[in-house]
Write a protein that binds this ligand. Structure first.
Ligand code: HEM
Ligand SMILES: N=C(Nc1cccc(CNC[C@@H]2CCCN2)c1)c1cccs1
Length: 363
């Protein structure tokens, strides 16, 4: 099938569902379908109305099989940045996204949509997340910062960026428009909200000098709505505590903090069966949730998140829609069997609109 015919099919499927969910009259839908059919036959492309873009981005979140946070899918705010045609105006739109989404700690889920593929040049944001810590391997092979960022940190250095060399250097924004060379923008420090980590009952915890950033904002996925591909559409939510406490700071191939936490709590690390790793994990996750709450920064624990997901499942059933999911991502990394998710099966079917991985623009 030609990609024009394919795009028309995807457009019709999306518009039918979108207009039905928005309760629009069939007359309005028919007019729109004819217009889109003409546009695609003329140019192989069509442009979403703002309303279609907003609802499409929300549907894509609702269809994200790996996301436990989908209860809030209808609250996603969408900024239309499709007019941005140069790297500077994109950087400004991205800084504006960070500011509005952070909202002093009371995080608001936002998505900013830059112009889709097919128009002007293909836009890519090279960052995995807009706010993330750098990773360095020193000459003697020691690791500083986030090991997950080592490759991207090297790319930023090759583009002329110089980090301070600390464990928590915020990486610059890297934007590429079409075949232009990538443009590099340090993120203004006053836009970055961070939470220093303390423990509710162990005051010596702060000696670890740990912190994490408040705003998780994914910037390397592609939003596909009705056959139109938004290759730069950064979106943020708030963190689930385990992402920071059970993975980012705990994984041996990330900040690998469990031995240091065990030492602080004087746990017996001589044998696995003392479950010192598990105890250190719980203390670290308690510290993350406690610190974010203390700082007035939105975060959700994995038990509450699972309960919200259960309410999402019920509401989707009531709406006559099947809930698709990827079990291995939906269960939390600690105490998974204490959630209802553990005992359920989910079909990992691909439903559109949705968010997708795309090849790294550098390597
Ligand atoms: C509002 C609070 C939210 C919470 C607490 C939340 C929670 C999560 C968690 C814990 C994951 C698994 C991440 C991992 O294990 O690396 C995830 C995945 C995902 N979420 Fe959400 N989410 C939220 C909002 C959003 C929003 C606003 C969107 C998009 C509009 C979204 C789309 C996704 C997608 C596409 C994935 C899969 C990412 C991948 O495959 O790597 N989520 N979410
Ligand atoms: N809370 C969040 N966490 C999240 C969501 C999507 C993707 C990610 C990052 N996932 C990739 C990492 C690295 C491999 C496995 N997990 C985190 C959100 C980020 C943006 C919106 S919600």
């Amino acid at each position: 099938m030609s990609d024009q015919h394919e795009r028309l099919e995807q457009a019709e499927e999306f518009l039918n569902q979108c207009y039905s969910e928005l309760g629009k009259e069939s007359e309005e839908l028919l007019v729109r379908l004819n217009q889109v059919k003409d546009d695609i036959q003329q140019s192989g492309f069509y442009t979403h109305t703002y309303e279609e873009l907003v609802h499409g981005a929300r549907m894509a979140w609702r269809n994200s099989n790996r996301c436990i946070g989908r209860f809030f899918w209808e609250t996603l705010k969408v900024v239309d940045a499709r007019e941005c045609s140069d790297e500077e105006s994109m950087a400004i739109a991205i800084f504006d996204h960070i500011k509005k989404a952070t909202n002093g700690g009371n995080i608001v889920p936002y998505l900013t949509a830059f112009h889709p593929a097919h128009e002007k040049g293909n836009i890519r944001i090279w960052n995995h997340q807009l706010i993330r810590y750098a990773g360095y391997v020193t000459e003697d092979g020691t690791m500083i910062g986030d090991p997950a960022s080592v490759d991207f940190t090297k790319v930023c250095q090759e583009l002329g960026w110089e980090g301070k060399g600390s464990s928590f250097d915020i990486l610059p924004l890297v934007i590429q428009l079409g075949e232009n060379p990538p443009a590099l923008f340090p993120i203004p420090e006053d836009l970055i909200l961070e939470v220093p980590l303390t423990h509710p009952t162990n005051p010596s915890f702060e000696a670890l000098e740990l912190k994490w950033y408040a705003l998780p904002i994914i910037s390397d996925m592609k939003l596909v709505i009705g056959g139109i591909e938004y290759t730069a559409a950064p979106f943020n939510g708030w963190y689930m505590g385990t992402e920071i406490g059970a993975r980012n700071l705990a994984d041996t191939e990330r900040y690998n903090m469990l031995p240091r936490v065990a030492e602080l709590f004087q746990l017996d690390t001589s044998r696995e069966y003392t479950l010192w790793r598990d105890e250190a994990l719980i203390e670290l996750n308690k510290a993350v949730l406690f610190s974010f709450k203390q700082a007035g920064v939105s975060i959700v624990d994995h038990h509450t998140a699972a309960k919200q997901f259960e309410r999402f499942e019920k509401r989707e059933q009531d709406a006559g829609r099947n809930v698709t999911g990827k079990w291995s991502w939906l269960i939390p990394p600690i105490s998974p069997a204490t959630t209802h998710i553990f005992r359920k099966g989910y079909k990992d079917d691909r439903v559109y609109p949705n968010y997708f991985y795309q090849p790294a623009p550098y390597k």
